[in-house]
Design a protein around this ligand. Structure first.
Ligand code: DC
Length: 206
């Protein structure tokens, strides 16, 4: 397996921003796995499927072709502009708790990483614990709830807190810090500081 940096953490902890900047600094590929769950959710809502209808949602996920870069698409439809909207924020935790959906996404994530010519930075909720348990480096980002809600703008503190509870409390692949992950609190740190800290860890033999 080529090098993988796994970055997990709750909504608004800075995963996407940090992972993207880190990948650019290293000239590695970047994968936002939350965008994949969001794309499936957008398609479920577009088809007027109940997000709690496990088998119907599973069929959408199993059949779908998803891209995340440069734009998020599902089955050729560009959903970049809808995946951060309120209806998707509300439904995505239910879709992401579906075990069949998770299996389908994890398979794609591993295949995608194996296809990259260089190392990869992958961010999500279960990257270090489930998707890449042998990752080169595991990072768990946190930040205060107020700061995370501020970063999420319109989503609001209640919605972010509700998603935290759903993502942490679900039975399949709940959000948790891997034992061997380094924890970084990003509340009072700039993106550049966090990136530098991760690069330093990467270069430090353990
Ligand atoms: O990182 P994000 O807020 O875009 O993620 C959207 C939702 O997707 C989040 O509420 C939990 C879920 N998710 C997940 O269950 N597993 C991942 N690897 C990534 C995201």
């Amino acid at each position: 397996m080529s090098d993988v940096i796994a970055i997990d953490g709750p909504a608004g902890s800075g995963k996407s921003t940090v992972a993207r900047a880190l990948a650019a600094a290293l000239d590695w590929s970047f994968l936002d796995t939350g965008a994949m769950y969001r794309a499936v959710t957008a398609e479920v809502l577009r088809r007027h499927i109940d997000p709690a209808d496990e088998s119907a949602v599973a069929r959408v996920a199993q059949d779908a072709h998803i891209t995340t870069e440069p734009r998020v698409t599902i089955d050729g439809v560009d959903v970049e502009d809808v995946i951060r909207n309120e209806p998707v924020n509300v439904a995505v935790s239910t879709v992401a708790a579906n075990p069949v959906v998770r299996r389908a996404m994890v398979t794609r994530q591993r295949r995608w990483a194996a296809d990259q010519p260089r190392g990869t930075v992958v961010e999500g909720r279960d990257i270090a614990t489930v998707v890449f348990p042998d990752a080169t480096l595991k990072v768990f980002l946190t930040a205060s709830l107020d700061e995370r809600a501020r970063r999420r703008g319109d989503e609001g503190v209640d919605s972010v807190a509700r998603r935290d509870d759903a993502d942490t409390g679900r039975i399949v692949s709940p959000l948790r810090r891997a034992e061997d992950a380094i924890a970084i609190d990003t509340t009072h740190r700039s993106v550049q500081q966090v990136v530098e800290e991760i690069v330093t860890c990467l270069k430090t033999p353990n």
